[in-house]
Design a protein around this ligand. Structure first.
Ligand SMILES: Nc1nc2c(ncn2[C@@H]2O[C@H](COP(=O)(O)OP(=O)(O)OP(=O)(O)O)[C@@H](O)[C@H]2O)c(=O)[nH]1
Ligand SMILES: [Mg+2]
Length: 253
C-alpha cells in the first residue's frame, strides 16, 4: 500500500482537506470568517500524503466534536492530541477549528482530522455546513450539567438533518471524574444511547478516562468500513467499546 505523509502547516494541503479556523489545534477559534466551505470527507488509501505533524498516513477521516458549550469538546481534543488538560478559565471556541492526529490501527496509519466545533447557539449555522463531510461525530454532554444531557435529543435531530446517513455517531458523557458534581447517572447515558442505537462511554478530559478509546473506536470503525477484506467479519463498534471497557474495568486513559 502506498503511504501518504501529512503536510506540515495550519491547514492540510490535501485536496480533500477541510478548512481550519487558524492556529493548528489552538483554542483561538480565529479565522472562522475566512474558512472555506468544507469539501469531501474521505482521503483514499491509494493517494500518498503527509500529515501536518510530518507523519505518513494511509487513509484519512474527518471526525467532528459536537455538543453544548462547556461540555468539554476542546479539552477532550487537547487531551487526545497532547495528553494535557486545559485547567483554569474556560475559553469558549469561536466557530470551528481542527487538529490532526495519526493513529496506527491494525498496522494501518489512520489520520483523523478532528473538527472542534463551537457549542454556542450563535455558531450553529456555521457548524451545520461541516456536518455533511464528517465521517464520524462524537456527541458530548457533561455529566455535571443536566441541560447538556437533555439537549442530546436535539443534537441527534440536528445530526440526522445535516450529517450523512452513514455517519458514525458515539455518545460521550464527559467530566466523569467529577463525582461530587455529577447529576447525570451513567445508566441514563446508557439508556439514551441504547434508544438511539449508538455506542456510549463516559469520558474525562481531566483524568484521561476513555479519551484514547473514544477516538480509537471510531478510527477502527471507519478503517474497517473502508478497507474490509471480503472474508473479514464486520467490525462491531458497540461490542468493541463494551469489551474494551470491560477489559479495563470501566476506566482507561
Ligand atoms: N472536571 C472536568 N472539567 C472539564 C472536563 N473537560 C472540560 N472541563 C472544563 O469544562 C470547561 C469547558 O471546557 P471546553 O473544552 O472549553 O468546552 P467546549 O465544549 O469546548 O465549549 P465550547 O467551545 O463553548 O463549545 C473548562 O473550564 C474545562 O476546564 C473534564 O473532563 N472534567
Ligand atoms: Mg471548545
Amino acid at each position: 500500500m502506498s503511504r501518504k505523509k501529512a503536510v506540515k502547516g495550519k491547514s492540510s494541503k490535501s485536496p480533500k482537506a477541510s478548512p481550519s479556523s487558524g492556529k493548528d489545534g489552538g483554542r483561538t477559534g480565529k479565522g472562522l470568517a475566512a474558512a472555506a466551505a468544507p469539501s469531501s470527507g474521505l482521503v483514499y488509501p491509494s493517494r500518498p500524503s503527509l500529515s501536518n505533524s510530518g507523519e505518513f498516513y494511509d487513509i484519512a477521516f474527518k471526525v467532528m466534536l459536537v455538543g453544548d458549550s462547556g461540555v468539554g469538546k476542546t479539552c477532550l481534543l487537547v487531551h487526545f492530541k497532547d495528553g494535557a488538560f486545559l485547567a483554569g478559565s474556560f475559553i469558549s471556541t469561536v466557530g470551528i477549528d481542527f487538529r490532526n492526529k495519526v493513529m496506527t490501527i491494525d498496522a494501518v496509519k489512520v489520520k483523523l482530522q478532528i473538527w472542534d466545533t463551537a457549542g454556542q447557539e450563535r455558531f450553529r449555522s456555521v457548524t451545520h455546513a461541516y456536518y455533511r463531510d464528517a465521517n464520524a461525530l462524537l456527541l458530548l454532554y457533561d455529566v455535571t450539567n443536566k441541560a447538556s444531557f437533555n439537549n442530546i435529543r436535539a443534537w441527534l435531530t440536528e445530526i440526522h438533518e445535516y450529517a450523512q446517513q452513514d455517519v458514525v455517531v458515539m455518545l460521550l458523557g464527559n467530566k466523569a471524574e467529577s463525582s461530587h458534581n455529577r447529576v447525570v447517572k451513567r445508566e441514563e447515558g446508557e439508556k439514551l444511547a441504547k434508544e438511539f442505537g449508538v455506542p456510549f462511554m463516559e469520558t474525562s478530559a481531566k483524568s484521561g478516562l476513555n479519551v484514547e478509546l473514544a477516538f480509537t473506536a471510531v478510527a477502527k470503525e471507519l478503517k474497517h468500513r473502508t478497507m474490509k477484506e471480503p472474508a473479514e467479519p464486520k467490525f462491531q463498534l458497540k461490542e468493541y467499546v463494551d469489551k474494551e471497557m470491560r477489559t479495563a474495568g470501566c476506566c482507561h486513559s
